[in-house]
Design a protein around this ligand. Structure first.
Ligand code: GLN
Length: 391
């Protein structure tokens, strides 16, 4: 029995996101579950965040922090964010006017896009790009312009960016450290960005949710390091990636006061505020254990190295990722199937799930690449790679 009683309910509905089905993370996680596969697809750790942090959540729930948080977030947490960005990026922000805590970075991305995109406005994104950007632009009546970055170096063609900018361009959305490629923006990219936006009414969203997961001599160039760019930018980050708590859904946005005002005007009608006890707990933990985020790069570098080493005898080809907890693998020596079919077969037959990278492109670039998430126990990585070596 179903609850529908109106005959033409299907016709009454006009899909606002035509062509967009269920997102790839949900699809692959379900497929992994259905086939009993190890899930190296959707990006999340198979281990818990620090015990002390989880204890603080329990403490705050037991001690009366259970009602609405302020619209922009708990003051203690906004303060800790301000202390961190001063320490890491030399950027002094006003925690009362320039920070908002959100239920996940995804909501922050939606609110930032909604704040600046009006019908007919254009937003530039770099493919492979995270799957929430374009739908959020579309829902606001905007048009997304895609610039493709290609395997193996995924460099940005800045001439193409210049050629893509029109009078309607209002927004450039960038992501560094980059999911899924693990690439980092360089000083040259920053300089090129500076040149294309100067003298134009273009805002920037800088998605920096993997800001602490950078390897070797790599350096994360947060836009907060560059005052001229920060003045027009929403910088967005996430606590889920940093504290191994993706299910808590806590992220944040930093923006200059005028942009933040507009951001909050929208955020108040989307979620109003973010759950309270987690915010207090995160504030306590950031104050007491700042070493956690300083050590996160080394923690994940060990896992990247282990994964790449274990994959050496396989027929996949890997260039070690520079950042994030993702590793791309070229399977062209194994098969010429499209990546969506290859990833599905890997899940069914080898019982290891991966993400096909073509889904992050507007135009399929015809590459034979899948993405693995190595935010897993070493044992999980051992078992998964033992299976992948058999392909
Ligand atoms: N950011 C995660 C990834 O890239 C997934 C987030 C989600 O499932 N929406 O895998």
């Amino acid at each position: 029995m179903s609850i529908g009683s109106i005959q033409n309910v299907q016709e009454m509905l006009k899909n606002k996101l035509p062509g967009k089905g269920t997102n790839i993370f949900t699809v692959m996680s379900k497929m992994a579950q259905d086939h009993g596969a190890i899930n190296l697809a959707q990006g999340f750790p198979d281990f818990d965040g620090p015990q002390a942090l989880r204890n603080r959540v329990a403490w705050h729930i037991a001690n009366g922090h259970n009602q609405y948080a302020p619209l922009a977030g708990v003051a203690e947490l906004r303060n800790q964010i301000a202390i961190k960005v001063l320490d890491l990026y030399g950027c002094r922000i006003d925690s009362d006017r320039e920070v908002a805590v959100t239920p996940g970075a995804t909501e922050a991305i939606f609110c930032a896009i909604t704040a600046v995109i009006h019908p007919g406005d254009e937003a530039i994104v770099f493919d492979p790009c995270y799957d929430t950007y374009e739908p959020s632009v579309t829902l606001n009546g905007g048009v997304t312009k895609h610039i493709a970055m290609r395997y193996p170096d995924f460099a940005i063609d800045w001439q193409q960016v210049r050629d893509t900018i029109t009078d309607r361009t209002r927004l450039i959305i960038l992501n560094t450290p980059h999911n899924p490629t693990g690439c980092l923006w360089s000083e040259e990219d920053i300089q090129a960005l500076r040149e294309v936006v100067s003298d134009r009414d273009i805002h920037i969203i800088s998605d920096e949710v993997y800001e602490h997961i950078v390897f070797g001599h790599g350096r994360h160039l947060s836009l907060l390091r560059f005052p001229d760019l920060a003045a027009r930018t929403f910088v967005i980050s996430s606590f889920g990636k940093t504290y191994h708590t993706t299910g808590w859904r806590v992220g944040y946005c930093i923006a200059p006061p005028a942009l933040m005002e507009e951001f909050l005007r929208i955020h108040q009608f989307v979620n109003f505020s973010t759950h309270t006890p987690m915010q207090y707990a995160l504030a306590d933990f950031m104050r007491d254990c700042p070493q956690h985020h300083h050590e996160l790069g080394d923690f994940y570098q060990h896992k990247r190295d282990l994964f790449c080493e274990l994959m050496k005898p396989s027929r996949f080809s890997l260039a070690p990722s520079d950042s994030t907890y993702f590793q791309l693998a070229d399977y062209s020596a194994i098969s010429n199937e499209p990546d969506t079919e290859f990833a599905a077969r890997l899940t069914r037959e080898q019982k290891v799930a991966a993400i096909p990278v073509s889904v992050f492109y507007d135009q399929d670039p015809g590459q034979s690449i899948v993405r693995f998430c190595f935010a897993k126990h070493d044992d999980t990585l051992q078992e998964a790679t033992a299976r992948l070596k058999m392909v």
